[in-house]
Design a protein. Structure first.
Length: 609
C-alpha cells in the first residue's frame, strides 16, 4: 500500500500542532525547507488497517495570498510548487470549533485549490461547554467535503480522523464561483450550521477583564515573568546538585581507573569536565522552556503582546515584536525567524536587530556559574532569592537595552509613523501535559545534541590547544602558559585588561563565538589544566571565587548581556535580511555596547570596592 502524504493546514492558534503531536507522538523530524528559514515538521503514523501515513505540519497561515515567508511556504506546498516537497495527496484543514467565524474564510480559500481535502473541527469539547452547537452533517453537505470532529488533547480524540485516513481519498472539491463573496459565503455557512448561545459572556471575557487591564494586566505580566526567573534558580537547584555529584563521581572513577598521562587528561579535563560543566545547567534551561511552553499553550502570549504594544510602539517596535523577542529568551535564532510574521519591513528589521539582546538560554550557564560563585544564597524580604533577583535584573537589562536601541534607530530614521496592531486572541485553554512534555523533550534533545557535537568538539579542541606544545624542561609556572591557548590568551589580555578580563577569560571567549555556553566548558577546561590538584579541577566555582575579583565577575556578566557571541545568530540574520551590512552593523553595535558596559561596570566596581 502506497504512503499517504497528508498536510495539516490552518490558521495559527487552531490546535493544529497539538493535533499533529497527538497523531505522530515521538515519530517526528524537524528541519528547515531548502533556501528558507521556515521550519519543516514531519511525522509518521500507521492506521488500523496498516496504512502508512506521512504527515506534514505546515506553518500557520491566515491566507493563501501570502504576506510572509511562512504563508508562502504553506501556499507553495499546497499547490505542489516546491521541488523539495511532494504535493500532498490530502489537505487536512484544521479549525477551532469555538471560533469558526474567523477560520471558515481560510477553509474556503483552501477549497478553491481543488485538492482533495477534509475539514477538522478541533476543540469541539470546548465549543460544547460554551453552548456552541455545530451541525456537522449540514456543514459537510454545504461545503461538499468531509467534516470530522476532534479533541486533540484527548487520547481518543483523534480516532475518527485516523479512521478517515483508511478511506479512499475524497473527490476534489468544487471551487467557489469567481464572482462569489467569500465573506458572504462565511455568513451563510454560519447561519445555517452554527447555533451560538444567547449569553455571549464567557470565561475568557472574565479572565481578560484582569489580564488585559491597562494596569493590573501589566502587573500580572511582571509577576509571571518574575516568578519564571525565580523558579529557574530555586526549583532547578536540587536536580543540578544531583547531576554535579554524578559528574564529580565519574571524574573520580576515571582518575582511579586510568594511569596518569595525556589520555586521562583528555578524558577527564577535556571531555568530562568540558561537556559536563554545561550539562549541569540542563534543568535550568528546561524550567525556562517549561514556562514559555505553558504561556504559549495557554493562549496568554498574544495577550501579553497586546498589553505591551503601546510601550513597544513608543520605543520604535510593535506589539507583534513581543512573541519573537520572547522566543529569543530561549534562542535568538528561532526568535529572529519568528519576525517573518511582522509585515512592516521597518518593524521587522528593528526586531531582528534587537533580538540578540534578549537573554537566551545559552547565556544561562554563564549567568548561573558567576551568580552562584559570587552572590550569596540568601533571601530578600523573607520571600525572594537574591540570586534570582540578580538573574531577573540581567534579563531586564537586556530588555531595557533592546528598547533603547530600537528607540535610537527610530530617532535616527526620523520615523514618526505608527502601525496598528491587529491580533487574534485565542481562547484560553489548559496546557496539555503531552504537548508540553513533547516540547521539553525536543528542547532537551537539541541541547544535548549541542553538548555532544559542538560543545564536546570545541572542548576537545581547546584541551589540545591548552596542552600542546608542552613546556620546556626549565619552565616555571603552569604548563598551560606555554600552550597555544595560553599564548593566545595572553595576547588578547592586552585588549581586555581594561574591562577586568584575565587571560583565562580571553581564551574562553574564542570558542564561545560558536555557542555562548561553550565559555563555561572552556573555563572549566582551562582551570582544570591550571589546577594544582585533581580535586580542584572539577570544582570551578570555588576556583573563580578565589582567583577573580567581584568587579571581574560583574564585568563578565555585563559582557554577556550585550556581546553577540553566537555565530548562528549572525548567520540567521544574514539569511533573513540577505545583507552582510546588517550583520556587520549588528555585530559592531553589540560588541561596542558590551565593551563600554563592561568597562564602566569594572571601573565603577573597583572604585567602590
Amino acid at each position: 500500500m502506497d504512503t499517504l502524504n497528508i498536510a495539516l493546514v490552518g490558521n495559527p492558534n487552531c490546535g493544529k500542532t497539538a493535533l499533529f503531536n497527538r497523531l505522530t507522538g515521538s515519530r517526528q523530524k524537524v528541519a528547515n525547507y531548502a533556501g528558507v528559514t521556515v521550519e519543516r515538521k514531519a511525522g509518521e503514523l500507521i492506521t488500523v488497517s496498516g496504512r502508512h501515513v506521512r504527515l506534514l505540519d505546515l506553518p500557520g497561515a491566515y491566507s493563501l495570498a501570502a504576506t510572509s515567508p511562512d504563508e508562502a511556504v504553506t501556499r507553495d506546498i499546497c499547490l505542489g510548487q516546491r521541488a523539495d516537497e511532494r504535493r500532498p495527496d490530502l489537505l487536512v484543514c484544521v479549525t477551532d470549533a469555538t471560533n469558526l467565524r474567523l477560520h471558515l474564510r481560510f477553509v474556503l480559500e483552501v477549497k478553491n485549490l481543488g485538492v482533495p481535502m477534509l475539514l477538522v473541527l478541533n476543540m469541539t469539547d470546548a465549543a460544547q461547554r460554551r453552548g456552541i452547537r455545530i451541525d456537522r452533517a449540514r456543514l459537510e453537505a454545504l461545503l461538499g467535503i468531509p467534516v470530522v470532529e476532534t479533541v486533540a488533547v484527548r487520547q481518543d480524540g483523534v480516532s475518527a480522523l485516523v479512521e478517515r485516513f483508511d478511506h479512499s481519498l475524497p473527490p476534489a472539491p468544487v471551487p467557489l464561483s469567481p464572482t462569489a463573496d467569500l465573506h458572504a459565503e462565511v455568513r451563510r455557512l454560519l447561519a445555517e450550521t452554527v447555533n451560538m448561545p444567547t449569553a455571549t459572556a464567557t470565561i475568557d471575557d472574565a479572565i481578560d477583564r484582569w489580564a488585559l487591564h491597562p494596569v493590573w494586566g501589566l502587573v500580572l505580566l511582571c509577576v509571571v515573568m518574575f516568578l519564571m526567573f525565580q523558579a529557574v534558580f530555586s526549583w532547578a537547584a536540587p536536580v543540578q546538585d544531583g547531576i554535579d555529584t554524578l559528574i564529580s563521581a565519574a571524574g573520580d572513577g576515571l582518575r582511579a581507573a586510568m594511569p596518569a598521562g595525556a589520555l586521562r587528561s583528555l578524558a577527564v579535563d577535556g571531555v568530562l569536565v568540558g561537556a559536563g560543566s554545561v550539562i549541569v545547567f540542563l534543568p535550568q534551561i528546561l524550567f525556562l522552556f517549561l514556562f514559555i511552553l505553558i504561556l504559549e499553550e495557554s493562549g496568554y502570549l498574544p495577550r501579553a503582546a497586546f498589553l505591551l504594544d503601546r510601550l513597544m510602539v513608543g520605543a520604535g517596535l510593535t506589539g507583534r515584536s513581543f512573541i519573537p523577542l520572547l522566543s529569543s529568551f530561549a534562542c535568538a535564532v528561532p526568535g529572529i525567524m519568528a519576525t517573518r510574521t511582522i509585515q512592516d519591513p521597518r518593524d521587522r528589521l528593528a526586531t531582528i536587530l534587537v533580538a540578540p539582546l534578549m537573554t537566551c538560554s545559552a547565556r544561562l550557564p554563564v549567568y548561573t556559574l558567576l551568580i552562584g560563585a559570587f552572590v550569596p544564597k540568601q533571601s530578600v524580604l523573607g520571600v525572594f532569592n537574591l540570586q534570582g533577583l540578580l538573574l531577573f535584573g540581567l534579563y531586564l537589562a537586556g530588555i531595557a537595552a533592546a528598547l533603547l536601541v530600537a528607540y535610537v534607530m527610530k530617532w535616527l530614521q526620523r520615523d514618526t509613523t505608527e502601525h496598528a496592531l491587529l491580533l487574534e486572541l485565542p481562547s484560553y485553554r489548559v496546557p496539555h501535559v503531552r504537548d508540553v512534555a513533547i516540547g521539553l523533550y525536543e528542547r532537551a534533545r537539541i541541547f544535548l545534541r549541542r553538548v555532544g557535537t559542538i560543545i564536546l568538539s570545541l572542548s576537545v579542541l581547546l584541551w589540545f590547544l591548552s596542552t600542546f606544545p608542552g613546556p620546556p624542561a626549565d619552565a616555571v609556572g603552569p604548563a598551560i602558559d606555554y600552550s597555544f591557548a595560553g599564548r593566545i590568551g595572553h595576547v588578547l589580555e592586552y585588549v581586555f585588561a581594561p574591562i577586568g578580563f584575565n587571560w583565562q577569560i580571553c581564551i574562553a571567549l574564542v570558542p564561545g563565538l560558536a555557542a555562548r555556553e561553550v565559555a563555561v566548558s572552556a573555563l572549566a577546561t582551562v582551570y582544570a589544566l591550571s589546577a594544582a590538584t585533581d580535586d580542584a579541577a572539577t570544582q570551578l566555582s570555588p576556583l573563580l571565587t578565589a582567583q577573580w575579583s567581584l568587579a571581574t565577575a560583574l564585568s563578565l556578566l555585563v559582557w554577556y548581556v550585550f556581546a553577540p557571541q553566537c555565530v548562528s545568530t549572525l548567520a540567521v540574520i544574514r539569511r533573513e535580511t540577505g545583507s552582510w551590512r546588517i550583520v556587520a552593523l549588528t555585530a559592531g553595535y553589540l560588541f561596542g555596547l558590551a565593551y563600554l558596559g563592561s568597562l564602566l561596570t569594572y571601573q565603577i566596581a573597583r572604585a567602590l570596592s
